[in-house]
Design a protein around this ligand. Sequence first.
Ligand SMILES: *Cc1c(COP(=O)(O)O)cnc(C)c1O
Length: 358
Amino acid sequence: MATFQLHRTDHPAPDAEREAVVADPVFGKHFTDHMAVADYTEGRGWHDLRIVATDDFRLHPAAAVLHYGQEIFEGLKAYRHADGSVWLFRPERNASRFVSSAHRLEMAPFPEEAFLASLHELVELEQAWVPQGDGEQSLYLRPFQIANEPYLGVREAKNYIYGLLATPVGAYYPAPVKLWVTKNFTRAAPGGTGTAKCGGNYAASLAAANEAAAHGCGQVLYLDGAEHRWLEECGTMNFMMVTSDGELVTPALGSILEGVTRDSLLRLAVDHDLRPVERQISIDELRDGVASGRVVETFACGTAAVITPIVGFNSPEHGEQQVGDGEPGPVTQALRAHLLDIQYGRAEDVHGWMRKVC
Ligand SMILES: *Cc1c(COP(=O)(O)O)cnc(C)c1O
């Protein structure tokens, strides 16, 4: 088991300050006292796995990540159960996806065992930062990897930094959103980086997100890059729909990001008398299905919000369309409650998804 050497900070947040943050967390703003870090050097491999005070990195201005965007990340949470214990949800999926993302960006992969050790060791050390789970609060974990070799030639870097940050995140009651079906932007194309969790995909998505907001929509529904016809995902969340004949349908893998939440919901579907289906869905099928009532509910899913109900669509050619009565549907709400109950230890973990930290 990889072990991160602990260098304790001399300046931990005072108890009162930490308690105030944990009682009313703001996602991504306050970080735990420590972070995990490791270095990669060509010829030497990964070394100096350590837990240190959360502090600035020193980067040469020519560090490859600053110019060519060799960067990947992950996102998962630590959950506190009613008995005070702290758990991770399917972290092996994040570990293996991190390796896949590294391969796509031609980065040295961080070993899965070391990735998992960083999560366990940092969360155990910082357990006082894990909020009470009674209102869906958690400690959000952000593993990431950047190329820090100072070199302006275009090729893969020889040096990398792995980092793991932790930030308490508050109760998140997802507001129902409408999706903007954009014709101006695509997220991914066959052979592109759509299946990798890399920062560049997010930089490229901001314009579409702002276009959506300008049209009163909370998220984008991306169509495929080749034909502008097949549903892909929402850019930070995967897309699912519930049909009147009892199917839970989601776009097949290909150029979408393979979400852990997506996979988990497909596996919970049978408990809700739903058949899980992964296949191509055209925008016309969605539009006609919503109009005819064959598509009864739609939602987006991902670690941050678990499930965000989608209550309508808007597009330049077809205007606004409402799903059902415009309110979050019963299946959407039941699936969301089911997954949260597993994560917070209120439902039996029949799939063996939970990993105890402490
Ligand atoms: C992270 C992410 C998701 C959701 O994945 P989860 O593992 O469920 O959190 C969906 N789409 C994109 C583009 C993502 O980056």
